[in-house]
Design a binder for this molecule. Structure first.
Ligand SMILES: C[S@@+](CC[C@H](N)C(=O)[O-])C[C@H]1O[C@@H](n2cnc3c(N)ncnc32)[C@H](O)[C@@H]1O
Length: 190
């Protein structure tokens, strides 16, 4: 694995199996409805964690592939969803840049801020997308596992070129607060 700071975080993710993200069934469906995300075909979940977004695929009858480099989070996903979904333990750079098929819905929730080269994964997702890429990133949130902090819309546009649509969603945290997230999409122009 080529990114030393990301490599150092693997054990952190392995040991933090309970975590907050807007990929819960209710919040993901709310975001998907907002951006009119695909509801059929194949879904790719980039940095899938414990696979909680797989509920969306199951609910819509979509095929699901999840990738995460935390073997423990993938194990948790496997325990919940069995061997139906494809769950890959791997580094997103290596997996995405090595001949996956095309996907209708590429979901990338709370991953890009954890990467040393987020723009590289943003571009890799586009090469694999025949429908829509949907990303979420927390707004202006310093945290030790966040290798990037995006303060405002201008910072998102500067980091991720070619965005089709940028909006915001506020999602409830387990502590009862609301947190602001960027939600941005990319669709092939045809
Ligand atoms: C904040 S969690 C979000 C997980 C999931 N998307 C969700 O919303 O429930 C970030 C995830 O990215 C994974 N991750 C970070 N860097 C990665 C990399 N280079 N390759 C694969 N997974 C990575 C971590 O293991 C972690 O599960």
């Amino acid at each position: 694995m080529e990114h030393s700071k990301e490599q150092e975080l693997v054990s952190f993710y392995d040991n933090k199996l309970e975590y907050y993200s807007p990929a819960t069934t209710e919040q993901l469906q709310r975001i998907a409805t907002l951006v009119n995300a695909p509801t059929e075909g194949k879904m790719l979940d980039v940095g899938c964690g414990d696979g909680r977004a797989c509920h969306y695929a199951v609910n819509h009858g979509m095929a699901y592939t999840g990738i995460d480099y935390s073997a423990k989070r993938i194990k948790k996903a496997r325990e919940e969803f069995g061997y139906g979904p494809e769950l890959i333990v791997g580094d997103v750079y290596e997996v995405l840049e090595n001949s996956l098929p095309q996907y209708d819905f590429i979901w990338c929730c709370e991953l890009l801020e954890h990467l040393e080269e987020p723009e590289r994964i943003w571009r890799a997702m586009q090469t694999l997308c025949c429908g829509m890429v949907v990303c979420t990133v927390p707004v202006d949130m310093p945290y030790h596992a966040h290798l990037q902090v995006f303060k405002d819309d201008a910072a998102i546009h500067e980091a991720f070129t070619g965005i089709t649509r940028l909006t915001h969603v506020w999602c409830p945290t387990p502590g009862g607060n609301m947190r602001d997230h960027f939600v941005f999409t990319w669709q092939p122009s045809n």
